[in-house]
Design a protein around this ligand. Structure first.
Ligand SMILES: Nc1ncnc2c1ncn2[C@@H]1O[C@H](COP(=O)(O)OP(=O)(O)OP(=O)(O)O)[C@@H](O)[C@H]1O
Ligand SMILES: [Mg+2]
Length: 304
């Protein structure tokens, strides 16, 4: 009797043969594919405390980046409360884990949303990635590799906190956007993420987004506080990508399941998120180090 792992091993084959519809194996990556792998910008959006606005920022930021000509893929890696599709008003038929089925290809799991951005639901699959056997990991990696040919920028919306899976995504991404509100509990939890990141990240590239501020001054104070702590106790430089105003238009847009930046582009919070996109594109921290290839290798625990 062949179990799923055996079938997968047979599909992948000892010679790295390409399974039908499965894309190239890592040992047979074309130079064009390798080029794309390295050039995609992979950005994780995370937070210490839950409910601080990550998903709203991820979805609207993606649309703002799309308007600037960037091809964006959003991956919902929030395993507990996956809700990118709720905000996008676009349900996904299949989840990332479904790629383990031979007949499922990347086209089946990527949702093309009406907003011009692409979306993959992590479902309940990604957290198990480390437990998969080698053949399963290879197959997932092979199929996911082609994301790099479809996007210039991949935004990974993670869950909150310091769980193993969240940390895996943060550490695998080239850039991290850490969202916090000015609330003391949110700041304390954001500091905990900064601390873990400062210990484990090989290349440090973390920027803050301060959400739900009432005035710009408030955001400056929060940033200064976190920067002082990072500098003094973690010996890490932390910069700030920007802030987003507290705005009732956000909640209204969520209720309508229409991204704020589409529903009310002139709302204060929408303009702030647009400015975040501009800062992301024009900022000087754009160096791509490992790209999508490095991200997948780290997530699936493959050595380079
Ligand atoms: N700038 C803002 N102004 C007003 N309300 C906001 C703002 N940002 C977020 N919210 C409110 O906070 C809620 C939670 O936001 P969101 O789902 O994006 O948080 P999250 O960090 O992704 O949560 P989780 O940790 O559960 O994934 C939104 O539904 C909205 O009501
Ligand atoms: Mg969320």
């Amino acid at each position: 009797m062949t179990d799923q792992a055996t079938r997968l091993r047979q599909m992948v084959g000892t010679d790295g043969a390409v399974p039908q519809g499965g894309g190239a194996s890592p040992s047979a990556i074309s130079s064009a594919q390798a080029e794309a792998w390295a050039h995609v910008r992979v950005i994780a959006i995370t937070s210490g405390k839950g409910g601080v606005g990550k998903t709203n920022i991820a979805v609207n930021l993606a649309i703002a980046l799309r308007r600037r000509g960037c091809r964006v893929l959003v991956i919902d890696a929030d395993l507990g409360m996956a809700n990118v599709d709720v905000l996008l008003g676009a349900a996904s038929r299949k989840h990332l884990l479904d790629l383990l089925q031979p007949e499922v290809g990347l086209d089946d799991v990527i949702v093309e949303t009406p907003h011009g951005i692409q979306y993959i639901s992590g479902g309940s699959g990604i957290e198990k990635a480390l437990e998969y056997d080698h053949a399963e990991k290879l197959l997932l990696q092979q199929k996911l590799a082609d994301c790099a040919a479809r996007a210039d920028l991949i935004l990974v919306d993670t869950g909150a906190g310091l769980g193993r899976n969240v940390m895996d995504f943060i550490l695998a991404a080239d850039e991290v956007l850490l969202v916090t509100t000015p609330e003391p509990t949110s700041l304390t939890d954001a500091y905990a993420v900064m601390k873990a990141y400062s210990i484990y990240a090989a290349q440090k590239n973390l920027r803050l987004i301060i959400n739900r501020v009432y005035e710009q001054k408030e955001s400056r104070e929060v940033v200064a506080k976190l920067q002082r702590a990072a500098d003094k106790f973690l010996h890490m430089q932390v910069s700030c990508l920007g802030y987003v105003f507290e705005d009732s238009a956000v909640t209204k847009a969520v209720r309508r399941q229409t991204p704020l930046i589409k529903a009310e582009p002139s709302a204060a919070a929408a303009r702030c998120i647009d400015a975040l996109a501009e800062a992301l594109i024009t900022g000087d921290e754009m160096r791509v180090k490992r790209g999508w290839k490095g991200f997948l290798q780290q997530i699936f625990n493959f050595s380079t």
